[in-house]
Design a protein around this ligand. Sequence first.
Ligand SMILES: [Zn+2]
Length: 350
Amino acid sequence: MFIVASAPQVWGLEMSREVRYDSETIFWMKRTAGNTISGTFYTTIVTSFLLVCVLMLWGRVSHVHAQQAEKPVGSHKPVIVASTTQIADFARQIVGDRWHVVSILAPGADPHTYMPTPKDAQIAASADLTIENGLHLEGKNWMATLAKDAGKPLITATEGLKPIVLEQGGEQINDPHAWFSPRNAAIYVNNILRAVSRMDPDGAVEYSARAKLYLQELRVLDAWIREQFNQVHPQQRILVTSHDAFNYFAKEYGFKNEAPIGWSTGAELGAGMTPDKLRQVMQSIKSRGVKALFVESSVNPKLMREIASETGTKIGGQLYSDSMGEAGTAGETYIGMMRENVLTIVTALH
Ligand SMILES: [Zn+2]
């Protein structure tokens, strides 16, 4: 089915539902919102707010186009090279067309096990600013190495964020999958905003305006997710996925999460699959009456299919985990991938 819209604003008139906020979310909104919003910018905020609500309620409509692309030949724009698709999307939301934004990872790629190519080194060499997730998401610090080898400035998008600490084999590990909480996504955005404003002061007002608007969209997303999960009975709020990527998401939205593979798919401390983890997941599925398991966009689904078959549980769908969707899909942006994940989870577990 195709939807052709000549004027997206018209959709704003069709919205009849309200998005409600709980007290904690209102606190978060106050904390992250700018001090004053006035005049035409206020109008822009309100219009955008309505549009975002409509897009979310429609459910399957994409947001701003985001896709990895090399810098066009002859372009004089400065270049941001981000490690992941999510970070590239956050950057693109802030810089608009003033910069060219490239992601090293393609949709569906796994940051834990990724091995940079000579082409990646060329892309890093074209950068004016490079951005990593940090917290060892990029296995063996491949993004920091690319930046260092190219002699380019690097910022860490998770800087200042309070990580979830995982206990793995007696060791403490900071969970790198922080973007799965929209509150943390706001920290990514603010870190990127600071860096681009510092490097291009002439664009600072513009970057700040876009960031404020995008933070508003993230707050709407967060409120919408909470509303959607009201449809899932508290006892069914169990998220069984391939690898342990959903701790922040689960903590934010009141889910328990289980995964046979640890925090990384690579051969790192506390990572990978162990017989103990597998046994624990199988027991949980049976004892808790888990309705559905989920495969992930960046992880081979074979193991989860075997667990589903072994336990007689269905696969509830694929979730975007460490990367967003291909260009042209509903999961091609951060907001799109979060929305699609929530719809998939609600459909499988309600
Ligand atoms: Zn991961």
